[in-house]
Write a protein that binds this ligand. Structure first.
Ligand code: PLP
Length: 411
């Protein structure tokens, strides 16, 4: 007998369940396109060359204090450089900003949810339908009602913009929190246009919604890879967030991750930023955030933050980082094209243009759960039942096989 016997059974997180099933499959042709982890052209993890250089610099400057605790807010050179990367010129004057280092993007979402649920007592948090699965998990765990606004239209394989605006206008309560994906929306790979972002900002302003941006892919994959960060224009990825901030009428929060854009997944490098309406408010927010941080993790980890700060603060390394970003996004873009070309040459039923127009690591294929399980059973291709594929798991050696599995499932 146990006090816990009455607890619900919680199924394994779909990502981990997928990995377990994949590991148990003995087929030599098996392919997994699950998690958002970058893989190189040979399907191998990739340590960014810039990160290797930064590791050397960090190592050379380490002393006997290298395992000391960081302060509660984390490593200041890191979280200030991270803030500047997101907000650009808007970061100064600094007095209205509060920034702290977190356990990557997940920790930033979670710390932000703890803080906003206590401070604003929202009647609900609004998440896109669909959204990153952990958003609902995080907000439920702080006791806030989770509601969703329309986002993906499965028939049109496009943004459900009118319904989104209508829901946000008619169903929200002033003081509610709205989670917005900064760019490269997970899982759909579909972002609003700049004009649509302006309309979303109008609704947030009118309805007094508190915007909480989640920037897990910002500075990684621009909406137009032919310019964007290929030309070093990182600003494009942060456009929506900066537009909200620039209006000056709304306070907002941002969860920032360096997992994907620096490939520092396991180092857990991230930050939470709050842009408040006054230096006085910023001071109060800081006190509350630091108390929460103390209770949750005491201090964030050191190593990854020093690596990221070294890259962000050194002009030469920063330029090299842009080239690494470009390598990742170009390969992903080539793989989108390769998958599309294979499907067209097989004459696979349906329209596949969205594979080319979506951006970021993921493609939301529109495949049904039945088609997904037929790909797994017949082709040993493992993707999430939502139909999302991680494009970075594709390479020249497996793309034909994946296309054939999709083709078969669609007939
Ligand atoms: N937010 C979104 C939308 C994500 O897709 C992810 C990772 O997949 C994260 C946040 C957090 O990732 P991490 O905790 O590794 O920074």
């Amino acid at each position: 007998e146990s006090l816990f016997s009455e607890l619900d059974d919680i199924p394994l997180d779909p990502h981990y369940a997928l990995k377990e099933d994949f590991s148990a499959d003995t087929s030599p042709s098996k392919v997994i396109l699950g998690s958002g982890i970058y893989r190189d052209k040979d399907g191998k993890p990739w340590v960014l060359p810039t990160v290797v250089e930064a590791e050397e610099i960090v190592k050379a400057s380490e002393d006997s204090g290298r395992y000391d605790y960081l302060p509660i807010p984390g490593y200041a050179p890191f979280y200030t450089a991270a803030r500047d990367l997101l907000f650009g010129a808007l970061s100064s004057p600094e007095e209205n900003f509060v920034s702290v280092q977190t356990i990557s993007g997940t920790g930033a979402n979670s710390l932000g949810a703890h803080f906003l649920s206590n401070a604003l007592k929202p009647s609900a948090v609004w998440l896109s339908n669909p959204s990153w699965v952990n958003h609902a998990n995080i907000w439920k765990s702080v006791g806030v009602a989770v509601r969703s606004y329309p986002y993906w239209n499965p028939e049109r394989k496009a943004l459900d913009f009118e319904d989104m605006i209508q829901t946000l206008t008619l169903e929200t309560t002033p003081g509610d929190v709205i989670v917005l994906h900064g760019c490269a929306h997970n899982p759909t790979g579909l972002d609003p246009t700049k004009d649509q972002w302006k309309m979303i900002a109008n609704v947030c302003e009118r309805r007094e919604l508190f915007p909480f941006f989640d920037c897990a892919y910002t500075q990684e994959l621009t909406r137009d890879n032919s310019q964007g960060f290929a030309s070093g224009n990182l600003d494009e990825d942060a456009w929506a967030l900066r537009h909200f901030a620039f209006r000056g009428s709304m306070e907002l929060a941002v969860a920032q991750s360096f997992s994907k854009n620096m490939g520092l997944y396991g180092e857990r490098v991230g930050a939470l930023h709050l842009l408040t309406g006054s230096p006085d408010a910023a001071g109060k927010v800081k006190g509350h955030i630091l108390r929460l941080q103390r209770g949750l993790i005491s201090q964030p980890p050191k190593r990854g933050a020093t690596i990221a700060a070294t890259i962000l603060k050194d002009t030469t390394l920063f330029q090299k980082w842009l080239a690494d970003l470009c390598e990742m996004s170009s390969r992903i873009k080539c793989m989108r094209q390769a998958l599309y070309d294979e499907l067209i040459s097989l004459g696979t039923p349906g329209n596949w243009d969205h594979i080319l127009t979506q951006i970021g690591m993921f493609s939301y294929t529109g495949l049904s759960p039945e088609q997904v399980s037929s790909m797994r059973n017949d082709g040993h291709v493992y993707i999430l039942s939502s139909g999302r594929i991680s494009v970075s798991g594709l390479n020249n050696a497996n793309v034909k096989h994946v296309a054939r599995a999709i083709d078969k499932a669609c007939r």
